[in-house]
Ligand binder design. Structure first.
Ligand SMILES: Nc1ncnc2c1ncn2[C@@H]1O[C@H](COP(=O)(O)OP(=O)(O)OP(=O)(O)O)[C@@H](O)[C@H]1O
Ligand SMILES: [Mg+2]
Length: 150
């Protein structure tokens, strides 16, 4: 999986375990300072994806939904910051949570669920992951490192 291509990578996942493994594989290529923005409907597998990143970083604490806490930090080989913007309504509200301090922190990786709610806050090299659910339940995962939100 190459993140530097100009074309997006598209993968199909037929299970939560596969999505988690895809995320772990991607995470091996992440570096401190990277921002990963997750989009996709409720139940698509965004939190499953974050768990896969945590696996690759050797996070011991179980990753849980960050919907109510909004931002949770996990200790790992690279510190992992998990944000979930579901309950927020836009960038102004997101800015009040302290998210921007994490986005500026070059020692952590920030992974954001419902990321499209505050897309103007992120750096231009943010990695966008879009997960969609097919009629048969499989997930299509698009990974795109681009200056434009897909
Ligand atoms: N291919 C798949 N990839 C990921 N999850 C899958 C897949 N197939 C089934 N699932 C199931 O779908 C659910 C995904 O839940 P998850 O909490 O990760 O979604 P989410 O996108 O974070 O939702 P929310 O918007 O509510 O935070 C899990 O119950 C998981 O087992
Ligand atoms: Mg979630």
């Amino acid at each position: 999986m190459c993140l530097n291509q100009s074309r997006p990578t598209r993968l199909i996942s037929d299970s939560a375990a596969r999505t988690r493994a895809i995320a772990a594989e991607l995470a091996e290529r992440l570096q401190p300072g990277d921002v990963v923005a997750l989009r996709g409907p409720m139940g698509a597998g965004k939190t499953v994806f974050v768990k896969g990143i945590a696996d690759a970083f050797g996070v011991r604490e179980p990753v849980t939904s960050a919907t109510f806490t909004i931002i949770t930090e996990y200790e790992g080989r690279i510190p992992l910051v998990h944000a979930d913007l579901y309950r927020l309504h836009g960038s102004a509200e997101a800015a009040e949570t302290g998210l921007q301090d994490y986005l500026r922190d070059s020692s952590v990786v920030v992974v954001i669920e419902w990321a499209e709610r505050a897309s103007d806050l992120y750096p231009s090299d943010t990695i966008w992951i879009s997960i969609s659910v097919s009629e048969d339940g499989r997930r299509a995962i698009a990974i795109d490192r681009t200056e434009q939100q897909p």
